[in-house]
Design a protein around this ligand. Structure first.
Ligand code: AMP
Ligand code: MG
Length: 408
């Protein structure tokens, strides 16, 4: 069996980087930045007030109460016209530029009897208080977002603040298909004998939507050489990556090899992981092909461990793997010590706030309901064959954004 991390490395090494394009900020959510986003100027661009209040000279308010003459009102979006001379104050709103001469802002709460002409300061503030300096958020020339970052709404805010449209990687189009003579459309009301509804394509479309990636759904392909050959050829024409489910077990080995003999290559792996041991990886006319096992839980786990990281790598993302956080096993479990086992678990907070994991249901690779009910995987590594209630366990948070590279 191939160790999981080794298999992941081979897959990542076997995919290519997409090209780049500049997109509008509003189209950039979840895209991966390809070139550093550099600030053309400082943010904030000018020193401004952090409070609604009065811009004054700190020396004037060292002893309070003190009554100062009011120069003018400066709402946000306007500019001061007067310098704050000794004995005077300028009424200022949050975000408005600081007037010359002033070196601090007294919040309105610390004043009394403010009129158009005068204000009484009841408690002073030290020099520099409540002033946001120019460049306090971002300095000129600073790299605001690093290449390889998958852009969050917060990153888009930073890009908007510097007015820079990001250069991002093109999105790989994923061609997806389910295979199997027993598989019928999930819309089928009355299942014929021996037939099952196609759940894999529904899950795959969902996880691709999650990645905000475009896909071409090629539907259900029967276990037929010609049908499969045609589907793989078509997939390699329309997709930058091909994801199929089913047909990767030992019995199917030669069948698919034969199909791809002239136009590609594929290897069948036994990955030391559970679920998801059988996995096929190859290329059809240069387009990477991910052959996921047909069992629905295996499909999801294999997508998580191989396809999602590979698609992120194709976009140049630096973080490819989901966060693993420390947790506590809430019950005894026995696992295969030759494999990385991903137990589908539900999480509950312990008295100390740590997560306690209990099985979300049956652990067969066909038990989709347990996966659907789960919050995370309890990741039990190779070499560990059992855990007792109360033992530490790593929780792989498959609903959280990636935070690790392959070497972390
Ligand atoms: P296979 O990998 O083709 O040997 O399939 C393994 C198991 O997964 C079999 O029980 C299949 O019936 C089931 N299976 C395959 N494809 C799907 C699918 N698209 N949706 C649900 N179950 C599937
Ligand atoms: Mg099959």
């Amino acid at each position: 069996m191939k160790p999981l991390r080794e298999a992941q490395r081979e897959v990542i090494a076997g995919v290519h980087l997409m090209g780049t394009e500049r997109v509008r900020i509003e189209d950039a959510l979840d895209r991966v930045l390809a070139e550093p986003a550099v600030a053309p100027g400082p943010i904030p661009p000018f020193p401004n007030s952090a409070m609604d209040g009065f811009a004054v000279r700190a020396a004037d308010v060292a002893t309070t109460p003190v009554t100062l003459q009011v120069n003018e009102d400066v709402p946000a979006g306007t500019v001061p016209t007067m310098v704050v001379e000794p004995g005077t104050a300028t009424r200022i709103m949050t975000g408005a530029p600081m007037p010359g001469g002033a070196d601090c802002v007294v919040p309105v709460e610390d004043t009394e009897d403010g009129t158009n002409n005068s204000v009484t300061i009841v408690s002073g503030v030290p020099l520099g208080t409540h002033i946001r300096p120019a460049g306090g958020d971002i300095s000129e020339g600073e790299v605001v977002v690093q290449p390889g970052t998958r852009l969050s709404a917060r990153n888009l805010g930073s890009l908007a603040s510097i007015g820079v449209a990001p250069v991002v990687s093109r999105q790989p189009v994923v061609a997806l298909m389910s295979t199997g003579d027993e598989v019928v459309e999930y819309t089928t009301r009355d299942l014929g004998p021996g037939k099952i509804r196609d759940t894999n394509r529904v899950v795959l479309r969902g996880v691709l939507d999650d990645l905000r990636l475009p896909y071409v759904d090629l539907g259900i392909i029967g276990d037929d050489v010609e049908e499969l050959r045609e589907a793989y050829m078509h997939a390699s024409d329309v997709g930058d990556a091909i994801v199929s489910t089913g047909g990767v077990s030992m019995g199917d080995f030669d069948f698919v090899k034969q199909i791809l003999r002239e136009s590609g290559s594929v290897e069948f792996w036994k990955v030391a992981m559970q679920p998801g041991k059988p996995f096929a990886f190859g290329h059809v006319k240069g387009v990477p092909l991910f052959g996921l096992p047909g069992n629905p839980v295996s499909t999801f786990v294999s997508f998580e461990q191989f396809v999602r990281p590979a698609l992120l790598a194709m976009m140049g993302a630096t973080k490819l793997l989901r966060p693993q956080i420390p947790g506590v096993m809430g019950e005894d479990v026995v696992t295969n010590d030759e494999k990385d086992v991903f137990i589908r678990v539900m999480l509950a907070p312990d008295v100390d706030g740590s997560f306690v994991a209990v099985k979300a249901g049956g652990q067969g690779s066909n038990i989709l309901s347990a996966l659907a009910n789960s919050d995370a995987f309890a990741a039990v590594p190779v070499g560990v064959g059992s855990l007792s209630a109360g033992d530490a366990v790593k929780l792989e948070m498959f609903t959280w954004g990636e935070n690790r590279g392959l070497d972390d």
